[in-house]
Design a protein around this ligand. Structure first.
Ligand code: KIV
Length: 274
């Protein structure tokens, strides 16, 4: 891929993920849902960009990710693709688009890969239906990222947004599922809302990189929802979230300044008129 000035841009690949774990170098991921933010986070130097089905909450205003469709994901991933030249692009397969059968997983993953130019897809969970889907998709050469711990597509079964793996039985199940996901061929594993000690155990149990969100510092990398880390989504305040900006305040302040200027006849002035 060319940067435009003739220099070749090195696109981040799944091989880089594995190498980075071996070298002990942390991986950095954020979400993006459109071309503009895709370009900005790519220019900021993240390793990979996840078009997460969290867009159901963040962009569409739903209370869960369950209403998100494959067409929604494809629309947003195509937009992000137009802004991104270097980071790896990973797209979530939404609720019930991969668990029904291997054929369903292949067909829907095929649409995502053909229509969006993504390099990988992500699937949630570690049950038999998901393992079957992962084996099928990896078998045709598509990299798959796994996702354990709090899995938002199962929010109703889990009973809300809560830390997972607190009991010994749950912790053992999560470690066992991580091993099975590795055997099925995932190239990386998101660990969401886990005690730090359990995330550390999973991280040493598997050879693929773990990417934490609310899972402590021992993971091989971190992912945050962009709108959360920018402080745009200021009604979401989980303990794990560190805000690196207060953009909701910036937006409200800029728009109310604009409102006041228009109402007072200060905008547009001579400088901003033809
Ligand atoms: O949908 C999403 O944004 C995700 C991340 C929170 C990992 O799955």
């Amino acid at each position: 891929m060319s940067s435009g000035d003739g220099a070749l841009l090195k696109v981040v690949s799944v091989r880089d993920f594995v190498t980075r774990k071996g070298a002990g170098e942390k991986l950095v991921l954020t979400t993006a849902y459109d071309a503009l933010f895709g370009r900005l986070v790519d220019e900021a130097g993240v390793d990979a960009i996840l078009v997460g089905d969290s867009l159901g909450n963040v962009i569409a205003g739903h209370s869960s990710t369950l209403p998100v469709t494959l067409d929604d994901m494809i629309y947003h991933a195509m937009a992000v693709r137009r802004g991104v030249t270097r980071a790896m692009l990973i797209v979530d397969l939404p609720f019930l688009t991969y668990q029904v059968s291997a054929e369903q997983a292949l067909e829907n993953c095929g649409r995502v890969m053909r229509e969006t130019g993504a390099q990988a897809v992500k699937m949630e969970g570690g049950g038999d239906d998901v393992l079957r889907a992962i084996r099928a998709v990896v078998g045709v050469g598509v990299p798959v990222m796994g996702h354990l711990g709090f899995t938002p597509q199962s929010v109703h079964a889990i009973g809300g947004f809560r830390v997972q793996g607190r009991s010994t039985a749950d912790a053992e199940r999560i470690v066992a599922q991580a091993r099975k996901l590795e055997e099925a061929g995932v190239f990386a594993l998101v660990l969401e809302l886990l005690p730090s000690s359990l995330a550390a155990e999973v991280t040493s149990a598997v050879s693929v990189p773990t990417i934490g969100i609310g899972a402590g510092a021992a993971c091989d990398g971190q992912v945050l929802v962009l709108h959360d880390l920018l402080g745009l989504n200021d009604r979401f305040t989980p303990k794990f979230l560190k805000r690196y900006a207060s953009m909701a305040d910036e937006v409200r302040s800029a728009v109310s300044d604009y409102r006041d200027d228009v109402r007072a006849g200060r905008y547009p002035d001579a400088e901003h008129s033809f």
